[in-house]
Design a protein around this ligand. Structure first.
Ligand code: SF4
Length: 251
């Protein structure tokens, strides 16, 4: 998307993201596929602990939004690939939280989504966003990176802080394997989206203070992710022949 087509496209994307969060939060029941995985977004969203601190509430609510979208994907409903279906819960969950719970206006959310898209496109062009090609680091790592950049942009941090946020978010997903149990995008994928959403915020908080001390650039970490992915044994690239997929099936 370029020029005048970009904004209406982002609006469509944002509407679809919001709908996926809200539909996922309202749904209950068992996900299809035979693993007997129950939807948990609604439970997480509503199960406030007694005396819950603001930090715990933030983590719980963002996780609930990430579960909601990822469970919608697992249930074959409409989600936004951001950048993929498997990692579709990370960016929408944090953007929805910033909009709904933090009060950021939608025009600023759209700007942040554009930044996320830019980061995703750099990764896709220079490396990969495919779990089958480079493992989960390419999916969840990319989603985490896109989300961190979007949050940093939303906070009006400078360009170095935005780039460093994306770098941190990717760096600590390096080596992450893809080993979905039974080939279903449920275990470990759904929970992983929630963890990556929270990790993206941590990356921004570190970048905010430490960006002048950094040693590794975003481009370097993207190149590293790609090389690491190409080195990765096929067992860990969406084949379900390694990792959790094998351990779980032995139980
Ligand atoms: S484990 Fe594989 S299928 Fe699941 S989110 Fe990661 S890359 Fe996608």
């Amino acid at each position: 998307m370029e020029g005048s087509s970009l904004r209406p496209y982002l609006e469509r994307i944002w509407e679809a993201m919001k709908t996926s969060v809200e539909r996922g939060l309202a749904a209950e029941g068992i996900l299809p596929g035979g693993l007997n995985v129950a939807r948990k977004a609604k439970l997480l969203y509503e199960k406030r602990c007694y005396n819950e601190s603001a930090d715990v509430t933030m983590n719980r609510v963002i996780a609930a939004y990430a579960y909601a979208v990822s469970e919608e994907n697992a249930d074959e409903n409409i989600v936004v690939t951001s950048p993929t279906c498997g990692s579709c819960g990370v960016l929408p969950s944090v953007m929805y939280y910033m909009y709904k719970d933090r009060g950021f206006p939608e025009n600023e959310i759209l700007d942040a989504l554009a930044v996320a898209g830019l980061v995703g496109n750099v990764i896709r062009t220079n490396a990969s966003i495919s779990g089958a090609e480079c493992g989960c680091q390419a999916e969840i790592g990319s989603a985490c990176s896109m989300t961190a950049a979007a949050v940093a942009a939303l906070y009006k941090l400078n360009i170095d802080q935005i780039e460093y946020s994306a770098e941190i978010a990717m760096e600590h997903n390096l080596g992450l394997t893809c080993d979905p149990v039974n080939g279903l995008v449920q275990i470990p994928c759904i929970e992983r989206n929630a963890v990556a959403a929270m990790r993206a915020i941590t990356a921004v908080n570190l970048s905010r203070f430490l960006y002048t001390t950094r040693k590794i650039s975003f481009d370097e970490v993207v190149a590293t992710m790609y090389r690491t992915g190409l080195d990765m044994d096929e067992k860990y690239r969406e084949t379900s022949h390694g990792g959790l997929a094998v351990i779980y099936s032995r139980k």
